[in-house]
Design a binder for this molecule. Structure first.
Ligand code: NCD
Ligand code: ZN
Length: 353
């Protein structure tokens, strides 16, 4: 198959940051996706409905030529989140839920939750109001090996939460292990997971063989090959519990290429193209639409998009960098080509803007 037309996909996990960088990164997402779920880990974090609303307005102002792009917002769950915050979120149709960052787990997670049992009353309120919980699933204890932190989080925290709050809609974000795949499958229909393109395409060798490659460093960190294979199997299975969330996480070039480089891979510039590459390698291009355009919308109780996009098999060189305010942003596949090109939506045959 050299050409593929899909219902327009959505990105159910993306980081846009704020200020000048929005001009670059929101455009990349809006060129491809009908909707996005925007992560709230700004500094300071987006914790209240009014803040999310004004952040959303800044996002839309960054892409005036994409008036139909529809970013949904998430709020940052903190130890100070109240039941009134939950109620306010439930009443705003542009807010899909709260993002739980275990304190210290990842980039800009300092404001997160250190003691998960302490927020159980808030989870109960979310369960009652039908507000979703998006989870960064890694423990943070220093003694736990970084490659085991997702599995430990399932055992120590996520399993107890799903048992205690069976009606709570939970998205286990950016899963990276076969244990996470098995856990999500074993849960009821209210538990689903996003999978990134980079975790489908790469194992931890991409990060560490031949030198440390900081642009491949993200959290949860890339795992060994058998985990990548389990993720590909889940994404390509047609199981509606697994859907697209890029976790595209832009950082200025100097924060990545540093003695202590920060976590986050930037993929928004070719996101659906990279997923197509992964599905194609698995012989499962016919399953891409379910994963990218249908399952996530269904999980969040939304209709699928009414436009389509077309991808064609072409070698597309990746730019070395993109402008990022006064700085530069290095794309994950810098120096390489991507094997698919995006063409305009709804049968429009021109290359996309
Ligand atoms: C994300 C970021 O940079 O905001 N980084 C990452 O490695 N994925 C935070 C996150 O989603 O963990
Ligand atoms: Zn993320």
């Amino acid at each position: 198959m050299d050409s593929l037309t899909l219902i327009q996909p959505d990105d159910w996990h993306v980081h846009f940051r704020d200020g000048e960088p929005l001009a670059t990164v929101v455009r990349h997402t809006a060129q491809r996706f009908g909707r996005a779920l925007v992560m709230p880990n700004l500094v300071p974090p987006v914790t209240a409905v009014a803040e999310a609303r004004s952040y959303r307005a800044r996002i839309m102002a960054a892409v005036p030529d994409f008036p139909d792009f529809n970013p949904y917002m998430s709020l940052y769950l903190t130890p100070r989140t109240t039941a009134a915050d939950v109620l306010a979120a439930a009443q705003d149709p542009q807010i899909l839920g709260f993002k739980l960052y275990p304190a210290g787990a990842t980039t800009h997670s300092e404001a997160g939750v250190a003691k998960l049992e302490g927020i159980y009353p808030i989870l109960e309120a979310m369960e009652q109001c039908g507000v979703a919980l998006m989870v960064h699933g890694e423990v943070t204890q220093a003694e736990v090996d970084i490659f085991d932190r997702e599995k430990a989080f399932i055992d120590d925290h996520l399993a107890p939460i799903t048992e205690r709050f069976p009606e709570l809609r939970i998205t286990f974000e950016h899963i990276t292990t076969r244990e996470a795949v098995a856990f999500v499958r074993a849960c009821g229909p209210r538990v689903a997971a996003t999978i990134t393109a980079h975790h489908l395409l790469y194992n931890r060798n991409a990060l560490l063989v031949g030198g440390i490659r900081p642009h491949f460093y993200c959290l949860p960190v890339l795992k060994r090959e058998r985990h990548r294979e389990a993720l590909v199997e889940a994404a390509c299975s047609g199981d509606a519990k697994f859907f697209l969330g890029t976790d595209s996480a832009p950082h200025p070039h100097g924060r990545k290429e540093a003695s202590c480089g920060c976590a986050g891979c930037y993929t928004a510039y070719a996101a659906i193209e990279l997923y197509a590459t992964a599905f194609d390698r698995a012989g499962a291009l016919h399953r891409l639409e379910q994963f990218a355009s249908i399952s996530g919308a269904r999980f969040y109780g939304l209709p699928v998009n009414d436009r389509t996009i077309t991808l064609r098999r072409e070698q597309v060189p990746t730019p070395d960098s993109f402008p990022f305010g006064a700085d530069r942003l290095i794309p994950l596949t810098a120096g390489e080509t991507v094997a698919w090109r995006l063409y305009g939506s709804s049968g429009d045959d021109r290359p996309s803007r």
